[in-house]
Design a protein around this ligand. Structure first.
Ligand code: NAD
Length: 352
């Protein structure tokens, strides 16, 4: 029996394949644009400049000031460059931070976005923008924010360091796990979540062993698209609430926090969403929490919140913040159970 559902497919164009970065110019023209501003972080400046050279006369400039958490002052600096160069589209080359800047520009201008992702964060396929101003992070959801074209070229991820590949992959897997028990899930989001988890379960161990394994890199980026699409389609629950709390109030590193928390939040919800999570348990040696923890350990992921410099007093405060305006969750939450969950994650214990 299929439960009642409502489904709207994403309007974004997805282009996937080794070498597909060479198609950026073609897609700028197809979209009816003539002046592309290429965006990146300072770390990926050389790659952004190379991409601009490849795009040729269709590139009107390169802005390499993208940074974590999409600070509004950086967006304003980039907006001045958009105006000066008379850009009619942005090409975001990088991870979630660069995609965030492109989204922030599109939110203000409705410029067309082409994203060329180089991590597995999944932001490129969501209509969600998180930005910070005066130390406060706010999140907006708007149709203008969803990038119109995403060009997934797995060869661009061959150089993503193993540690980042592992944490970024677990970050994406968390979108899928929460998508499986989302209240507004539908049969397509469930298919995508399970396929995304399968793709990462087979590719991350290979990447940990051989970072430039072309097949594994391709599989992982395919998983990133699927898991990111789930994030953009259905509501997230306790796991994302806790990670937003830790990142927002204690400045813990984004992907690493997701990686540490995932086995614990999945174990917490295992009994309340047994049927929904059964295929995941099967994928990870029959046990959702312990299986995911063993998987994370085997690929060298960080395992404890302690590693990020959090103290036990921070956990008290985090538990209180996490239960304020809680997201819907399959298992009801209260402050004590969240505090206990955070303690397990802080110590890095293997969930039962
Ligand atoms: P990131 O974009 O911050 O990248 C981290 C560093 O790695 C940067 O210096 C970047 O230049 C570098 N890098 C990226 N790809 C590389 C590659 N292939 N090789 C070498 N270096 C590379 O990290 P992230 O985890 O992709 O993104 C995190 C941010 O994305 C957070 O701010 C998070 O809130 C946001 N995010 C937003 C959404 C959404 O839907 N709005 C979804 C997921 C993540």
């Amino acid at each position: 029996m299929i439960d009642a559902f409502s489904y709207a497919g994403s309007p974004a164009r997805i282009v996937f394949g080794d070498g597909s970065r060479s198609k950026v110019a073609e897609w700028i023209v197809t979209a009816g644009c003539k002046r592309a501003l290429v965006l990146a972080t300072p770390h990926q400046r050389a790659d952004a400049e190379a991409l601009a050279t490849e795009i040729g006369s269709l590139a009107c400039g390169v802005f390499t000031g993208a940074t974590m958490h999409t600070p509004v002052d950086v967006t304003e600096t980039a907006m001045r460059m958009v105006a000066e160069t008379e850009a009619d589209c942005v090409v975001s080359l990088g991870g979630g931070s660069t995609t965030g800047l492109g989204k922030a520009i599109a939110y203000r201008t409705d410029l067309l976005q082409i994203v060329v992702p180089t991590t597995y964060a999944g932001s490129e396929v969501t209509p969600i923008l998180g930005q910070t101003e005066g130390g406060r992070k706010t999140t907006v959801r708007d149709a203008r924010i969803l990038p119109e074209i995403v060009i997934y070229d797995p060869t661009l991820t061959h150089g993503l360091p193993v540690s980042m590949s592992v944490t970024s992959g677990l970050n994406a897997m968390a979108h899928a796990v929460e998508g499986l028990y989302a209240r507004d899930r539908n049969p397509i989001s469930t298919l995508m979540a399970l396929e995304g988890l399968r793709a990462f379960s087979r590719s991350l161990p290979k990447i940990a062993e051989k970072p430039n394994d072309a097949g594994a890199r391709s599989d992982a980026l395919y998983g990133a698209w699927l898991c990111g699409t789930v994030l953009g389609t259905v509501g997230m629950a306790l796991h994302h609430k806790i990670c937003h709390t830790l990142g927002g109030s204690f400045d813990t590193p984004h992907a690493e926090t997701h990686a540490v928390m995932l086995p614990h939040t999945a174990a917490f919800n295992a009994k309340a969403a047994t049927a929904e999570l059964a295929p995941v348990a099967k994928l990870f040696a029959g046990s959702i929490g312990a299986g995911l923890w063993d998987f994370a350990k085997s690929i060298g992921a960080p395992l404890s919140l302690k590693e990020f410099g959090l103290t036990e007093a921070d956990l008290d405060r985090a538990a209180s913040i996490a239960v304020e305006n809680p997201y819907w969750n399959p298992r009801p939450i209260d402050r004590d159970s969240i505090r206990a969950l955070l303690q397990e994650a802080w110590e890095g214990r293997r969930p039962a």
